[in-house]
Design a protein around this ligand. Structure first.
Ligand code: GLU
Length: 446
C-alpha cells in the first residue's frame, strides 16, 4: 500500500496525463519507495513537495525546421524540460530518437532529478531532445538539424542555468555541432554543454564514464557478498557509448562479456570479449548502419542471433544499456530460470515495472539506472568544474573522482535501502535522491 499522500498525487497525475505512460511509470516507481520518508516528514505534504516535484519548473517545446540533402524542408519537434532546479543548474542529456515525446522527456527529467541528487554534486534535473532520427542521415543533415535545434535552445540554457549533454542519438559529433552554434549565437565560449571533444573543453574519461561508473557500482554490489567481477559472465545490451564503456571495464577487470546486442539482434561469444572486440563495438557504431551482425563475420567463434535480446543467454550479470523498458517480464523470468545473480540497470528505466518486481521476488539483486548510470552525469559535472576553472584534469584524476562518487552512491543506497540482511537498491536510491531535493525545496520556500 502506497502512502496516502503519494497515492493521491499519483492518482491526480494519472487523471491529468493518462497518455504519459512512461512518465507515470517513473513517478509510481519513486513514490512506491517513499512511505517511511513521508510518514517521518509531514512537512513534505504541507509544502506540497510531491505535487511540485512531478511538475516541471519549465517545459519548452519548439519547431526545428532543417533542410535535407535533397534540398527539401523537414520539420521536427524539439524539447527541453527543466524539471527541478533546487540543487543546481538544470542538468541532463539531449535524446534524438524517433520515439521521443513530451512524456519521454518528462520521465527522463524526473529520473534525472533524483539521479543528480544521488551524486551529491550541485545539479538540478532536466532533459531534452527531439523526435529527429539521426540513423541513416548524412553528417551534413545531422549538422543542419543540430544548428537549427540550437537556434531555439540557446536562449534557454547557460552554464549557470541549464547544461545539456548527450543521450541516445547524441554523441560527440552532435555535441560539436550544437556547441559551435551556441558559441556563435551567444558569443561565449563556456561550459554550456558537456560531452565536448577532448581538446576543446571536454573532459577525459567522459565518454567512458557511464559504463565505467556502472561497473564500479557492480563491483560494490558483488563486494557486499564477498565476490568480485573476475570470472563473472555478462550480457550487455545497447549499441552506444554506455554499452561500450561497460564492456571495456568488465573486460579490464577480468569479467567475461559473452553477449552484446544491437537493434538487429545479439552476438553470443562464448570466449568472451577482449579489448580488440570491444574496440570493434565502436567501429560498428560509427558505421551508422545500426547493426551488430558483422561482429560474427569478423570474429570466428562469435554467433549472431537475429531479432532476439541477449537476456536468453545464461549469465551471472545482466546489464541493460539500451533504452527504457527494454527488459520485459518474460526476459526477467528467463534470467531467473538461468540463475542470474545480479541485474544492474544502466539504461534509464531499462526494466519494465513487472520485470523489476519479478527479479526482486526471486531474490535477485537488482539496482536501478538512476544509481548505476549516475557516473555519466557525475563526470559531466566534473567537466563543468574544469570549464569553470579554465583547466583540464588528468584521466587518472577524473577516474579516481568517478570511483569515489560511485562508492558514495552505493553507500547511500545501502544506508537507505537496508531491509534485514538484504539491500533494496530501488528504495535506497529513491529515498536518498528524494531527501536531498525535498530538503532543498523546503529550505527555498514556495
Ligand atoms: N544522458 C546522461 C544521463 O542519462 C548524461 C546526462 C549528462 O551528462 O548531463 O544521465
Amino acid at each position: 500500500m502506497m502512502n496516502k499522500y503519494a497515492a493521491r498525487v499519483l492518482d491526480d497525475l494519472k487523471k491529468k496525463y493518462p497518455w504519459e505512460t512512461e512518465f507515470l511509470q517513473s513517478v509510481e516507481e519513486v513514490f512506491a519507495s517513499l512511505d517511511s520518508v513521508l510518514e517521518e516528514n509531514p512537512k513534505y505534504e504541507k509544502f506540497r513537495i510531491l505535487e511540485r516535484m512531478v511538475t516541471p519548473e519549465r517545459s519548452i517545446t519548439f519547431q526545428v525546421p532543417w533542410i535535407d540533402d535533397n534540398g527539401e524542408i523537414q520539420i521536427n519537434t524539439g524539447y527541453r524540460v527543466q524539471f527541478n532546479g533546487a540543487l543546481g543548474p538544470y542538468k541532463g542529456g539531449l535524446r534524438f530518437h524517433p520515439a521521443v515525446t513530451l512524456s519521454t522527456m518528462k520521465f527522463l527529467g524526473f529520473e534525472q532529478t533524483f539521479k543528480n541528487s544521488l551524486t551529491t554534486l550541485p545539479m538540478g534535473g532536466g532533459k531534452g531532445g527531439s523526435d529527429f532520427n539521426p540513423v541513416g542521415k548524412s553528417d551534413r543533415e545531422v549538422m543542419s538539424f543540430c544548428k537549427s535545434f540550437m537556434r531555439e535552445l540557446f536562449r534557454h540554457i547557460g552554464p549557470e542555468t541549464d547544461v545539456p549533454a548527450g543521450d541516445v542519438g547524441v554523441g560527440a559529433r552532435e555535441i560539436g555541432f550544437l556547441f559551435g552554434e551556441y558559441r556563435r549565437l551567444a558569443n561565449r565560449y563556456c561550459g554550456v554543454l558537456t560531452g565536448k571533444g577532448v581538446g576543446w573543453g571536454g573532459s577525459l574519461v567522459r565518454a567512458e564514464a557511464t559504463g565505467f561508473g556502472a561497473m564500479y557500482f557492480v563491483q560494490h554490489m558483488l563486494a557486499m557478498k564477498g565476490e568480485d567481477i573476475a570470472g563473472k559472465t555478462f550480457a550487455i545490451s545497447g549499441f552506444g557509448n554506455v554499452a561500450w564503456g561497460a564492456a571495456l571495464k568488465a573486460t579490464q577487470l577480468g569479467g567475461k562479456v559473452v553477449a552484446i546486442s544491437g537493434p538487429d539482434g545479439y552476438i553470443y561469444d562464448k570466449n568472451g570479449l577482449d579489448e580488440e572486440k570491444v574496440a570493434y563495438m565502436l567501429v560498428l557504431r560509427a558505421s551508422g548502419k545500426n547493426v551488430v551482425a558483422p561482429f560474427a563475420e569478423k570474429f570466428p567463434g562469435a554467433e549472431f542471433v537475429a531479432g532476439k535480446k541477449p537476456w536468453e543467454v545464461k549469465v551471472d550479470i545482466a546489464m541493460p544499456c539500451a533504452i527504457q523498458n527494454e527488459l520485459a517480464l518474460e526476459d526477467a523470468q528467463t534470467l531467473i530460470k538461468n540463475g542470474v545473480e545480479i541485474v544492474a540497470e544502466v539504461s534509464n528505466m531499462g526494466c519494465k515495472a513487472d520485470a523489476v518486481h519479478a527479479l526482486q521476488e526471486a531474490g535477485i539483486t537488482f539496482a536501478p539506472g538512476k544509481a548505476v548510470n549516475a557516473g555519466g552525469v557525475a563526470t559531466s559535472c566534473l567537466e563543468m568544474s574544469q570549464n569553470a576553472e579554465h583547466t583540464f584534469w588528468s584521466a587518472e584524476g577524473v577516474d579516481a573522482k568517478l570511483h569515489e562518487i560511485m562508492t558514495s552512491i552505493h553507500e547511500a543506497c545501502v544506508k537507505n535501502g537496508k531491509k534485514g540482511d538484504k539491500i533494496d537498491y530501488v528504495a535506497g536510491a529513491n529515498i536518498a535522491g528524494f531527501k536531498r531535493v525535498a530538503e532543498a525545496m523546503c529550505a527555498q520556500g514556495c
